[in-house]
Design a protein around this ligand. Sequence first.
Ligand SMILES: Nc1ncnc2c1ncn2[C@@H]1O[C@H](COP(=O)(O)OP(=O)(O)O)[C@@H](O)[C@H]1O
Ligand SMILES: [Mg+2]
Length: 269
Amino acid sequence: MAPATATSTIELTGVGRTYTRGKKTVQALTGVDLTIRQGEFITLFGPSGCGKSTLLRLIAGLDTQTTGDISVFGTTPKQASGRKDIAWIPQSSALLPWLDIKRNASLSSVINKRADRSGATTRKPEDAVDILNEIGLADFLESRPEQLSGGMRQRASIARGFAQGAPLMLMDEPFSALDELTRDTLRLRLLELWDRHKKTIVFVTHSAQEAVLLSDRVVVMSPRPGRIRQVVDIDFPRPRSWELVETPEFVAKVAEVKQILWSAWEGDE
Ligand SMILES: Nc1ncnc2c1ncn2[C@@H]1O[C@H](COP(=O)(O)OP(=O)(O)O)[C@@H](O)[C@H]1O
Ligand SMILES: [Mg+2]
C-alpha cells in the first residue's frame, strides 16, 4: 500500500467489490487506486451501474471491499465513521417527518449512531441554525418536511450533514431528484458551504456538467466491471459561477470528460 502523505484523507489501493447472489456473481468494482486529498472536492462520474454508489459505501464503511485496502484518515472506514469523521448525504432527503427543520438538521445521521452509544464523541457538531441560515432556510426553521418543497428538504438534509461537523462528506447524487433550476441554485450553495467549512467532499453524479462545475478532480469511471478510467484535473478558478458555464473552456472540459466516458465504452466492445 502506498504510504499516506500528510495531506491525504483517503487512500484506496486495489479496491474491488464482488456481489454474490445465489449462483450469480457481479463484479461491481475492480482495481480501484485513488488518493483523495484533504479539503478537496472530488467527484465520481459515470453511467448508472459503474459502481459509484458501491465505491462511496465502501469509503463510508457501510460495506466492505472484497479485495484491496481503504484508509480514511489513517484508519479503516468503519473506525473513521465511529469517530464521527464521516457524514453521509443520501439522494433524497431522509428527514424525520415529525420533527421541524431545525431539529432535523441538529440530528446526527444514522451512520454516527454507534459512536453516540459508545460515548466516543470527538467531533463538535456545528451550529445547525447557522448552517440552515447559510443555505437559505432561515425562514423555515419551524416548518416540518411535508410543508417544504423537494429542493428545500434536500437543503435541510445537506445542512444536517454539515452540522454534524464531520471533516469528510460523502454525497450520492444529492441533486438528481430535483428540478433543473433548483439543482442549479443548490450546486452553487453547496460550493459556498464547502469553501466556508473546509470539508473534504466525495460527490457522485452522472452529470458531466455538474462534475466539472463542482470539482477539483473528476474521476471518470467505466462499467463491467466498474473501474477508474481516468482522473481529470479541473483547474477553473474559484469561486465558480454561472458565467463560467457559458465559457468555451468550460464547454470544452465537459466535452473532454464525456469523451473519456464514451471511449471507455468503445474500448469495452
Ligand atoms: N447489494 C447488491 N447486490 C448485488 N449487486 C449489486 C448490489 N449493489 C450493487 N450491485 C451491482 O453492482 C453494480 C454497480 O452498482 P452501483 O454501485 O449501484 O452503481 P452506480 O451507483 O454507479 O449506478 C451494478 O451492476 C449493480 O447491479
Ligand atoms: Mg448509484
